[in-house]
Design a protein around this ligand. Structure first.
Ligand SMILES: NC(=O)c1ccc[n+]([C@@H]2O[C@H](COP(=O)([O-])OP(=O)(O)OC[C@H]3O[C@@H](n4cnc5c(N)ncnc54)[C@H](OP(=O)(O)O)[C@@H]3O)[C@@H](O)[C@H]2O)c1
Length: 306
């Protein structure tokens, strides 16, 4: 698979880390509910090896997937890591035995999280660590994050982290972090139907910062839309390929980390860069988000009795 089919290249700002724009998100490799080891460890290893063999050099993970299990399978499949492979991980949550997702944001928890990632991935330093802000109930604009970003900046000075990113953040939180350290990427929820971050993407693009949408295919409930299916039929692709091609064309700072547990879906996703969407098709696809926003407004209106 050549360079152009993986969407071209992107260099994280102020770094020597250059990745192909279509990468891989490893969350789907853990067991059901992102808990425990993969249902089929051999196929998890096969997915990771096939991704790297096809040219993927950007893998997204976290030690709280599993927990530990996803990083351990990455290590089993790929260590010693090929030159140029960028593994991006994240901190900020923990998984208690009831399988819930709780914040883990004290200096001790963040530091322990870095060491968990290092140990389970088999690394001396982490290329990029995203501080993942949990929940949205932390006050206006999502709350302050300076304390946690300062801890990561200290760990960076100690050489355990090379670069810092953010996840699940507002524009205000990005600016707050940038007053403390360089931010090389932002990982938020965004896809064809969920476009809350349109302005943030453009702002980050002007600064050369990567925007890495999570749930690029819709996440646990993959995108379904008659418009998407009609466009896919017309172009000879699949709906998921069109959803990914749309993201690639949306902005040059968008990097893709679609998640899958199967080699078949992986191959399909990596081939998305072959599709080119005309301006007319892009306009048609833009209608999906407009329709979703309209439905949400109607639902909110009826709920509020307006
Ligand atoms: N920062 C955060 O808070 C955060 C949150 C969530 C995720 N993430 C990261 O973002 C990555 C991507 O998100 P995600 O994996 O949750 O969601 P996603 O990429 O939007 O979608 C994954 C889902 O789509 C299915 N799928 C994948 N390729 C497909 C295809 N070609 N055709 C049909 N179905 C397909 C997968 O099932 P199969 O396994 O059957 O293919 C899985 O159910 C994760 O892996 C993780 O690394 C980050």
């Amino acid at each position: 698979m050549n360079e152009s089919t993986l969407g071209g290249r992107f260099t994280f700002p102020g770094t020597s880390l250059m990745v192909r724009r279509i990468g891989y998100g490893a969350m789907q490799l853990a067991g059901p509910g992102v808990w425990g080891p993969p249902k089929d460890p051999d196929s998890a290893v096969a997915v990771l090896r096939e991704a790297v063999a096809a040219g993927v050099n950007h893998i997204d993970t976290s030690d709280y997937y599993g927990p530990h299990a996803t990083n351990q399978i990455i290590r089993q499949a790929l260590h010693p890591y090929p030159a140029g492979l960028v593994i991006v991980t994240k901190l900020g949550a923990r998984r208690p035995p009831d399988k819930s997702w709780l914040p883990a944001i004290s200096p001790q928890e963040l530091t322990a999280g870095v060491h968990d990632n290092l140990r389970n991935l088999g690394l001396d330093a982490l290329d990029i660590v995203n501080y993942r802000v949990m929940g949205s109930g932390l006050g206006p604009e999502g709350g302050f994050i300076a304390e946690q970003v300062t801890v990561l900046a200290d760990l960076r000075r100690k050489g355990l982290i090379r670069h810092i990113g953010l996840s699940n953040v507002t524009a205000k939180q990005v600016a707050e972090a940038q007053a403390i350290t360089e931010v090389v990427c932002v990982q938020n929820h965004y896809n064809l139907a969920h476009r809350h971050d349109d302005a943030l993407i453009d702002k980050l693009a002007r600064q050369g910062i990567a925007y890495v949408p999570f749930f690029p295919l819709g996440g646990f409930t993959p995108l379904q839309s008659s418009t998407l299916s009609a466009v896919a039929d017309r172009l000879g692709g699949t709906p998921m390929q069109v959803a990914l091609a749309w993201l690639l064309q949306r902005s040059p700072n968008i990097l893709l980390i679609p998640g899958t547990s199967t080699v078949g879906h992986l191959r399909e996703n990596l081939a998305a860069g072959r599709l080119t969407l005309s301006s007319q098709t892009l306009a048609e696809l833009d209608g999906i988000a407009a329709a979703v926003a309209g439905e949400a407004l109607t639902a909110a209106g009826s709920h509020a009795g307006v």
